[in-house]
Design a protein around this ligand. Structure first.
Ligand SMILES: Cc1cc2nc3c(=O)[nH]c(=O)nc-3n(C[C@H](O)[C@H](O)[C@H](O)COP(=O)(O)OP(=O)(O)OC[C@H]3O[C@@H](n4cnc5c(N)ncnc54)[C@H](O)[C@@H]3O)c2cc1C
Length: 484
């Protein structure tokens, strides 16, 4: 769909020119477009998304029950609304959760814009209920136990969209943007950036499945919102075009699955328990992340064929289990400072032992120093919700440091949630978060390249739906103000 005003003739060559080109239609890109339209209605916006429109996104696993490793990309993480569409849709309503954006813009501003952005989600039909605001005495008691275990409990109200509802909301947003004249090129991948004399001018695009049909599209401003999956590509762009960045963090971890009965109290009181610890002997930051009461463990596939575990929960359809991630954060300096590469090697090793599938092991087997066998998974109360997970030995693949951090953190969690460290607790791996490469920017998201901005998870500054959306809103405001 090409905007008629985009066609300009320069010496007989048709050049497509936009006010703003947004690379990636995940929450950060979407909210940039939404806010930009609110600021300046006639802004000529082009979104370029390598996946499909939300109504055409479909994970074949619903029928096949096993991941068929879709090519050229995984529908769970790619397409309109990005990793948000099939996500659990938990909007974290505290600036303390979702990444380091508050360090760039201040905690107060982050909180203010979380509230603003939350209202937009409500306008598009999000559930009005917020979890984690009641039960103060119960929360106090959980916090007391966390203190006893040496863990910090982060207060974070949650608005839970649910996977199916999240898709409905993003579908409405997609239609709203199209109706408002935003052009969205689906199935189109941005291959390269054109930067001349320190200024971003254009992007080179191609069809996601075919190599031919390369085109150059010009934009006054180029906003890269390519998500976690685009982090690798953005790293290449940073090196090629000398975009200022610093090596970031990689989170290495596992997805833990227990019976709902074990997590009942924290699920009821908090919905999501956000706990942080620095277990001995390494004292790396270890935290819980993305808790799914009654949820399902899932698999996402990266373009380089890595199988990574994740989890989500539906609003209606429930399992008997709760899953959550336990992530151990790692930084590197000299002589090696490539956290993405490190995370990939760990994931490759775990995938190799799982024959390309997600590996699962019982906590008790880890303590006993033995692998888990497939038939042993059937012997316990926890019925595993990822049917094609392969029983095996995570400890043969996850390095000593993160593995010890995870084991010790699970033991500490047992004080807060009795039964959490039981022998039948399931650990799935690898759960790796490739945040890496933090793009150096000011509070207006300006990089060292004029007219080039980077947003959301790809920028290294966010790690969740709400914070990525907030960054988009702020981007929309900044560009809107500049164009007034
Ligand atoms: C299974 C799952 C569950 C999750 N659950 C939650 C949750 O409950 N709560 C929460 O807060 N967060 C959750 N997250 C994380 C959340 O989805 C992300 O933090 C958020 O989507 C980041 O938004 P983004 O806009 O930065 O990037 P993304 O949502 O990743 O979107 C980036 C988009 O850019 C596209 N793209 C990438 N490179 C290119 C390119 N070169 N050319 C064109 N297009 C490109 C991608 O296809 C993608 O659609 C979950 C993630 C997953 C995978």
């Amino acid at each position: 769909m090409i905007h008629k005003n985009s066609l300009k003739l320069y010496g007989g060559v048709i050049i497509l020119k936009y006010d703003v080109i947004i690379v990636g239609a995940g929450p950060s890109g979407i909210f940039t477009a939404l806010e930009l339209l609110r600021q300046k209605e006639n802004t000529k916006i082009l979104m370029i998304e390598k996946g499909r429109s939300i109504d055409k996104r479909h994970c074949p696993k619903e029928e096949t029950k096993v991941c068929v490793n879709c090519k050229p990309y995984c529908h769970i993480t790619t397409g309109f609304s990005g990793a948000g569409a099939f996500s659990d849709g938990k909007l974290s309503l505290s600036y303390e959760v979702g990444g380091e954006l508050p360090k760039l813009i201040s905690s107060m501003k982050a909180q203010e814009y979380i509230e603003y952005t939350d209202k937009i989600y409500l306008e598009f039909g999000a559930d009005i209920k917020v979890e984690g605001l009641e039960n103060n005495e119960e929360i106090k008691d959980i916090r007391r136990k966390a203190i006893e275990a040496g863990l910090k409990l982060v207060d974070c109200p949650i608005r839970h969209l649910g996977t199916e509802k999240a898709q409905e909301i993003y579908f409405k947003i997609q239609n709203h943007l199209l109706d408002a004249g935003v052009e969205i090129l689906f199935n189109t991948v941005v291959k390269d950036l054109f930067i001349e004399e320190g200024e971003a001018k254009a992007v080179k695009v191609a069809n996601s499945s075919k190599k031919e049909d390369e085109k150059i599209l010009y934009g006054e401003k180029i906003v890269i919102a390519a998500g976690r999956k685009g982090a690798d590509w953005l790293k290449d762009m940073c090196i090629k075009h000398e975009i200022d960045h610093t090596a970031g963090t990689v989170d290495i971890g596992v997805r833990v699955e227990v019976r709902n009965e074990i997590m009942e109290r924290v699920n009821d009181v908090l919905y999501e328990s956000k706990l942080i610890g620095y277990p001995e002997p390494f004292r790396n930051k270890v935290r819980t992340f993305c808790q799914n009461p009654g949820g399902f463990v899932s698999q996402e596939n990266y373009d380089n064929d890595l199988a990574i575990v994740n989890g989500h929960s539906y609003k209606e359809k429930k399992s008997q289990n709760t899953n959550l991630a336990i992530l151990s954060s790692h930084n590197f300096s000299e002589p090696f400072n490539q956290p993405i590469e490190y995370g990939k090697k760990v994931a490759e090793l775990v995938n190799m032992l799982g024959n390309g599938k997600i590996l699962v092991q019982r906590y008790g087997d880890i303590l006993d120093g033995k692998r888990t066998w497939q038939h042993e998974l059937e012997q316990t109360n926890v019925k595993y919700t990822l049917p094609d997970a392969v029983a095996g030995d995570l400890t043969s693949a996850i390095p000593y440091r993160p593995m010890m951090n995870i084991i010790n953190f699970i033991m500490a969690m047992n004080t807060v949630v009795p039964g959490f460290a039981s022998r039948e607790t399931l650990l799935y791996g690898p759960e790796i978060k490739f945040y890496s490469n933090k793009i150096n920017m000011d509070e207006k998201f300006k990089t060292n390249i004029k007219n080039l901005h980077c947003l959301g998870d790809a920028s290294g500054w966010t790690r969740g739906l709400m914070m990525a959306s907030v960054m988009g809103v702020l981007m929309g405001r900044v560009i809107g103000e500049e164009n007034k």
